[in-house]
Ligand binder design. Structure first.
Ligand code: SF4
Length: 346
């Protein structure tokens, strides 16, 4: 790859790529990048060939190192590699009415959640806003050529739930939201930002103009349980996270979701379910329960079917809205950080 990817240039400054050209050329390029992305610069048919050559093979800020599909083509996982060697994972999932991409916001993660493949690698670096947005744009360009049968032919939903803690990379994530919503035209209602409980980040997000959905990963319904799984809980204890989430709900009016990875013997008891139901009712939040996708570096195992069933039953009978989330792409290591983990250990 040579040159600077136009995704790494703020959309308003794209004219700097072709200083001798009229300004409408930058507008045309912005359309291609943010409104109707294509896989190669050659497909930007209204740009003169000299400009397409200027962009050349630097269109994307990364190369596609791994491209895997699963679930009969309904799930696709990419491992992108940036020129500095950073690994960026994204997972595209086709449903009947939605095509959702789960994107990464950091390379690695400093939060150290004990059950998470990314957390076990530690933190490498933040992703730039352009690297975050380019994951969505790449998926749109890909879908244009290879749609998922039976699903919308473009990305309808974006979830910041891949590698990294989005609110620990606040300014770049904020800029990526601006580009996705204000420049690309994606509805804020189609975007979910997840956090493991970075309280100042939740508070800042509540002041932003975009009513995106907030998903809070709790994984423990009391401080003792949560601190064992999520070290950040020592810094921002459960009650402060709940209060910040409540503030977000009050400010945006958007239903919150609580993410809960069920881990055998760690957080899958009926007692945890009862405590979680109290929190969910207090926040009027929906609980997404997901069975752990085990990783080779951790001894944690998913709960068995009976335990999952009992946990959900207890949650619901105690007044919480809860669903068991479908796990996608297990045969392709689709939990966050797993593809990178495998590429680094092979
Ligand atoms: S679960 Fe999320 S916040 Fe925790 S270590 Fe993994 S990527 Fe980071």
């Amino acid at each position: 790859m040579s040159g600077t990817s136009p995704y790494l240039i703020p959309p308003e400054d794209l004219g700097t790529l072709f200083p001798d050209e009229p300004s409408f050329r930058a507008d045309q390029l912005r359309e291609w990048l943010y409104r109707s992305p294509v896989l190669t610069a050659d497909e930007m048919t209204n740009l003169p060939s000299s400009l397409r050559e200027t962009i050349g093979d630097a269109l994307w800020p990364f190369e596609v190192e791994v491209d895997q599909s699963a679930d009969n083509g309904r799930t696709r996982k990419w491992l992108f590699r940036s020129p500095d060697g950073a690994a960026i994972e994204a997972v595209l999932m086709g449903y009947r009415k939605r095509t959702t991409i789960c994107i990464s916001s950091q390379v690695g993660c400093a939060m150290g959640c004990t059950f998470c493949a990314t957390g076990q690698f530690g933190f490498d670096r933040h992703l730039e806003a352009g690297e975050i947005v380019a994951q969505v744009a790449y998926a749109n360009a890909f879908l244009r050529r290879f749609p998922i049968a039976g699903s919308p032919d473009h990305v309808t939903n974006v979830v910041y739930m891949g590698m990294g803690e989005p609110l620990a990379n606040y300014d770049r994530v904020r800029e990526s939201l601006r580009r996705l919503i204000d420049v690309s035209g994606l509805s804020a209602r189609s975007v979910t930002v997840s956090t493991v409980g970075v309280v100042p980040g939740i508070q800042r997000l509540a002041d932003e103009p975009w009513p995106v959905y907030l998903a809070v990963s709790l994984h423990g319904a009391d401080d003792e349980t949560r601190s064992r799984l999520v070290p950040l809980n020592d810094r921002y204890p459960l009650e402060t996270v709940i209060e910040a989430a409540k503030g977000y709900f009050d400010s945006k009016g958007r239903r919150l979701s609580i993410e809960w990875t069920l881990i055998a013997g760690a957080n899958d008891s009926d007692d945890q379910a009862r405590k979680l139901a109290v929190i969910a009712r207090r926040l009027r939040a929906h609980v997404n329960v997901i069975a752990l996708n085990p990783t080779p570096l951790s001894a944690d195992r998913p709960s068995d079917g009976d335990r999952i069933h009992s946990f959900l039953e207890t949650l619901i009978s105690n007044g919480a809205n809860a669903t068991l989330r479908e796990t996608r792409g297990q045969e392709i290591d689709a939990a966050c950080g797993q593809l990178r983990l495998r590429s680094a250990t092979e």
